[in-house]
Design a protein around this ligand. Structure first.
Ligand SMILES: *[C@@H]1O[C@H](CO)[C@@H](O)[C@H](O)[C@H]1NC(C)=O
Ligand SMILES: *[C@@H]1O[C@H](CO)[C@@H](O)[C@H](O)[C@H]1NC(C)=O
Ligand SMILES: *[C@@H]1O[C@H](CO)[C@@H](O)[C@H](O)[C@H]1NC(C)=O
Ligand SMILES: *[C@@H]1O[C@H](CO)[C@@H](O)[C@H](O)[C@H]1NC(C)=O
Ligand SMILES: *[C@@H]1O[C@H](CO)[C@@H](O)[C@H](O)[C@H]1NC(C)=O
Ligand SMILES: *[C@@H]1O[C@H](CO)[C@@H](O)[C@H](O)[C@H]1NC(C)=O
Length: 608
């Protein structure tokens, strides 16, 4: 059963509760929100117009061929004239003769290729959104028109809008690539757009720098899931090395790429990996697939190098998670109603067990044929040994997914046909993850100590899983459960997507990546499993105990306000979205943490 339908299940589960009373967040919270959305939005719009559209041209001489800005955008730094899909040539004045091919390659039909489509960060109010392409006003350039020349000739970010870099960094440089590597894609059909959410947050969090010479890291914002991902990667890496001087500084070791594929870097064709081996090896990959040792069952080759690459959580976006028992407002209401919140079941898993969608044989518990390439056979073996055990619920599907996940202590968090998302999902639902696939690191492992809030089980112990879990004491369960409330925050991209368990976003997945990068910068040779021992701030961060000023709360998903003065994400959306280019995350400048702010440079900055 999918989580989407599970959301319905949990709504029914909690349907008897009333949602009247406000959940009190914190008396000392500071708020920028005055509750009056409409006036506020209008004022912002006016200011945006004043800063952007009527700005005088920073210089009358363009470094691009004359006429470029008629249909295209001049990247003044490089003198590169960037064209939308429909135009081509050195000055973007030739109608693209290969339009049909190009549209198809980027996920459109010829018809949908011309339709309106949202623009990245709504072009920061300094350009016109043309079918997903920011046609920036002359003098501005970049995927979202955020760049322009400063008085000293250097490149400025969000000039005139008050961009303030984060004091302690790390500073991250983002390559502005030609639009055929970034904005030409059909945003409505993008699979796993984490590289774009990350890019948005780098700006709204004050971490982006336009000065390569002061950068600690370099982000290459490419899509690794498209059909043409391999050819784009193959083109981009040499392009970066010959266009900017930053790679040669250190052989590309501090260059980051987010790869969201099931098998991470292993998804690139072998010939290409061989050919680019030196380049690929030097890059730092941020991937969901934490396999670091060859796995003989499914013949999986490692895709992750601990200490060099970083395993990052899958971005789950499914509606309904705000109904998690970890959400204080949901929990409080359930308690008021006298609902039973105890987790009296021991172990739960519902989902695909055999590689195909067929259920295992109910007599023998086996899949036919046995397939080791799916989940390394872990789901099949767990089912085979435990499907009829008291206190265990291991099923191919259930109509009561969220009730079950909320009423069992331990939940299986296996891999799928490569990386899995269950460890993220069950953590957010407060069920202790049982991580079970040999040689696989979980998100942010070993930087986070997974054994503190999960039960890692080696595959050889699958048959005696009930004994392993039986040996965990009540006290240990309680400790893990209390730690899970913090660990779950590291698993979710709250600042991009909105709050779901009452969190303020300070410890979300984005901030956790940044915190790990900060450690990399500060202690380049320290093994990541020792981060917590040597750095007090890192230890406090991982335990969600930074202290300091209470941040402004995030807008919350669902119908519940997290704080009376703060709108829900839906309310933000309703009131402000008409002034943006469409309603996708993509057009929401800076992510949900900026939901009430049209100018991303001004949105909430409470993580200094
Ligand atoms: C434009 O270029 C010309 C010749 O290259 C130069 O004389 C002039 O000062 C430039 N104008 C600006 C505003 O940079
Ligand atoms: C993208 O466009 C550039 C020109 O700006 C071109 O040289 C390059 O081959 C294109 N790359 C891909 C992957 O289409
Ligand atoms: C990779 O890094 C090494 C140093 O660690 C350097 O010698 C080599 O040139 C780099 N390769 C590339 C392609 O930059
Ligand atoms: C890349 O090079 C390393 C050694 O430098 C080697 O172990 C690895 O197998 C190579 N990968 C590919 C895909 O050729
Ligand atoms: C847990 O308790 C509920 C009643 O509160 C009961 O219906 C359910 O069967 C129990 N589950 C287990 C696994 O004992
Ligand atoms: C499941 O276990 C019960 C006893 O706990 C047993 O009576 C029943 O036959 C078992 N079912 C299967 C399919 O093994």
């Amino acid at each position: 059963m999918s989580i989407a339908s599970a959301a319905l299940a949990i709504s029914l589960f909690f349907a008897t509760q009333t949602f009247g009373a406000q959940y009190r967040f914190s008396a000392s919270s500071r708020h920028i929100w005055n509750g009056d959305l409409s006036t506020w939005g209008a004022r912002r719009r006016l200011e945006a117009v004043r800063h952007g559209i009527s700005d005088p041209l920073p210089g009358t001489n363009s470094s691009c061929p004359q006429g470029c800005s008629e249909h295209g955008v001049c990247n003044e730094e490089l003198g590169r004239c960037d064209c939308p899909r429909h135009y081509t040539g050195p000055d973007c004045r030739t109608v693209n003769p290969d339009l049909e091919e190009v549209c198809e390659e980027y996920g459109f039909s010829l018809r949908t290729c011309r339709e309106t489509s949202p623009c990245f960060n709504s072009c920061n109010n300094r350009g016109k959104c043309v079918s997903g392409f920011c046609h920036c006003h002359p003098g501005f350039w970049g995927m979202d028109c955020s760049l322009s020349r400063g008085p000293d000739g250097g490149v400025e970010l969000l000039a005139g809008q008050g961009y303030v870099p984060r004091r302690e960094g790390p500073k991250i440089y983002v390559y502005e690539l030609p639009p055929n590597c970034t904005s030409w894609f059909n945003i409505k059909r993008l699979d796993r757009p984490l590289h774009l959410l990350f890019w948005q947050r780098l700006m709204s969090a004050g971490l982006r720098t336009t000065r390569g010479e002061e950068a600690d890291f370099f982000f290459i914002p490419i899509n690794t899931r498209a059909l043409n991902a391999a050819s784009i990667t193959e083109w981009v890496l040499p392009y970066i090395r010959r266009t900017w001087p930053w790679w040669s500084g250190d052989g590309g070791h501090r260059h980051l790429i987010i790869h969201t594929g099931d098998l991470g870097v292993q998804e690139y064709p072998l010939t290409m990996r061989r050919q680019l081996n030196d380049t690929f090896s030097n890059l730092t990959w941020l991937t969901h697939w934490g396999l670091h040792t060859y796995h003989p069952g499914p013949k999986w080759h490692p895709a992750h190098r601990p200490g060099k690459d970083i395993v990052i959580p899958v971005m789950i976006t499914t509606a309904g998670f705000h109904l998690s028992p970890l959400n204080p407002s949901i929990e409080q209401k359930a308690r008021k109603k006298g609902a039973d919140l105890s987790r009296n079941g021991t172990f739960f898993f519902a989902g695909r067990i055999c590689g195909d969608r067929k259920p295992p044989n109910p007599e023998t518990g086996e899949c036919s044929p046995r397939r080791l390439d799916y989940s390394a056979g872990v789901r099949q073996r767990v089912y085979y040994h435990h499907y009829n055990r008291t206190g265990f619920k291991v099923v191919p599907g259930t109509r009561t997914y969220l009730e079950d996940i909320s009423s069992h202590k331990f939940c299986l968090a296996p891999t799928g046909g490569g990386h899995g998302k269950r460890q993220v999902l069950v953590s957010l639902m407060g069920c202790i993850p049982v991580t079970l696939t040999d040689g696989v690191h979980q998100p942010f492992e070993p930087e986070l100590r997974w054994a503190d809030f999960s039960v890692p089980v080696p595959e050889r112990d699958i048959a005696r899983l009930h004994e392993v879990l039986g040996a965990v004491t009540e006290e240990q369960v309680a400790t893990m459960q209390s730690r899970l409330r913090c660990a779950a925050q590291h698993m979710f991209y709250s600042s991009s997507l909105g709050a779901i368990i009452g969190e303020d976003g300070r410890y979300d997945a984005f901030e956790t990546i940044i915190e790990i990068l900060r450690m990399r910068k500060q202690y380049p040779d320290l093994p990541p499993e020792q981060y917590m021992d040597v750095d007090e701030r890192f230890r406090k961060f991982t335990n969600c105990e930074l202290g300091g000023p209470e941040p402004d709360v995030l807008c919350a998903q669902g119908t519940e306000r997290q704080h009376p003065d703060m709108p829900t994400c839906t309310e933000c959306h309703r009131h402000v979205s008409q002034s943006r280019t469409g309603s996708s995350f993509f057009s929401w400048a800076g992510g949900m943490v900026c939901c009430s702010e049209l100018e991303m440079a001004r949105c909430s900055r409470v993580w200094q």
